[in-house]
Ligand binder design. Sequence first.
Ligand code: PEP
Ligand code: MG
Length: 579
Amino acid sequence: MAVWLAGIGVSRGVAIGRVQRILGGDGDIPEYLLGQEEVEPEIERFTAAQKLARDQLREVRKQIPRGLPGEIAAFIDTHLLMLDDRSLKDAVIAIIRQTRINAEVALLRQRDQLIQVFEQMEDPYLRTRKDDVSHVADRILRILIKSEKGMLPKAGATREPQVIVADDLAPADVILMAQQHVVAFITEYGGPLSHTAILARSIGLPGIVGLHGARRLLQEDELLIVDGEPGHALASPDAGALKFYRAKQDQQAATRKALGKLKDKAAVSRDGQKITLLANIELPEDAKHAAKMGAEGVGLYRTEFLYMNREGLPGEEEQYEAYSRVVSSVKGPITIRTLDLGADKQVDSGRAHHGPTPNNPALGLRAIRLCLREPELFRSQVRALLRASAHGNVKIMLPMISSLQEFKQARALMDSARAELVREKKKVGENVEIGAMIEVPAAAISAPILARHAKFFSIGTNDLIQYTLAIDRVDDEVNYLYDPLHPAVLQLIRQTIQAGDHARIPVAMCGEMAGDPRYTRLLLGLGLTEFSMHPAGVLEVKRLIIESDIGQLRTRVAEILDDTDGSRLREDLEALTHA
Ligand code: PEP
Ligand code: MG
């Protein structure tokens, strides 16, 4: 029987595939005592799972796509060694024998024991190895609870399209999924502004988040239709539904094709104003895709993805090579953001925080704060960026600036890195502009001050909305409050654009709002002239710009925002966005 499910759509597109549930989280682990005669078979079950985990990892190692950093193979080798390590294998077998507990629980106990040992280590690097222990144990665990499918390629398996259904997924998982046969994903938790969702949009992988109970409601291998825009999923569809959604897929392909004709057309409004359309990219290979989708350059390169799915941190040379590759493949300007680790962008090396997980990671040591706390981390990135800037038109942007002092401190570190490179006779780009992201209300409110020092602004609405409205962007429970049309958010955006105009510095927007066609006219009316978005959104926004009269929009938006009554604000803005 067909079953309808609804969650929060985060990435458009219709996909049809077979359900692959990823169980995970200790809550999914069964716990039971074994009879004496069940002990040896249980040990065999554990050993078989451990062997299968090893085979899978070897298979993954063989299939590492070309172009990924060499450390990925080394990272898998470390996990292979850990899988066979006696402190894991023999200890689990001993626990099963001594306590007659099932293999899953024995493994969890040993995992926690090892993690504790690693956590007590003085050396911060060794402490980070506890993540490896978790990953290795979780891999065996998934096999034991028979859920390890889908995320990994299976040798010789028929590659039917798969829809991953998980409790939650990290941005790094999306990168892995993009390399597998995954056509869509559903998670029980998470919000549309999480980095997982952003990444999915950027690579065009349809997805639904916040669909509570999805793994209970969906059967393994069941045929599933995912419609990413409204956030609907239809399990075991009948022939009629399949026909309808296949037609929708065709129609979407036709729309994409029609928009494709705008690719080489300039983004000039009806009243002759030129707007700059740029792309947000996450992975070095996205740069080419961005140009194909009609972007004139890159307005946000999120460098932290270079730090994910790997062991340890990339060094200066590796970063220099990666950035140079991206810079050389982008025709127009490229704005590279310095590391924005922390909050929902943790890395496997655990570098973003060493101590216990903070209660409010979004308000904690993330982004520029982390870089200023760990100047060596920042220095190696800045040196790599400055060297890469010799190959193109590079601007550097600092994330999560909340005060002028922070901006100046970061700039001083960058100046000293530049002086160092010059002394070493390394080539660096001239006049590399340094700008600030405006994504903390404090920065938006003090924009007139920051504008005297920064060479440009880029408004990060994802965080600006999160911090202005005090709602965690990854928490689906409060997601309904996430509102780009909230008057406080609009005032902050307006003030930032005005401060930039006044100081004659360019103001771009690189948050998701810039790529959402529902807000294009509003943003044009607020005076925004540079939009940076996921590449798939560029052409639709371009179509709206070409159809707009910006002069009229500016008058109308000012009227709406200046109406102090405010009770019609939302209606008026929505009417504008549908005009
Ligand atoms: C933002 O906050 O709007 C932004 C672009 O940065 P990120 O989504 O990477 O936090
Ligand atoms: Mg941000």
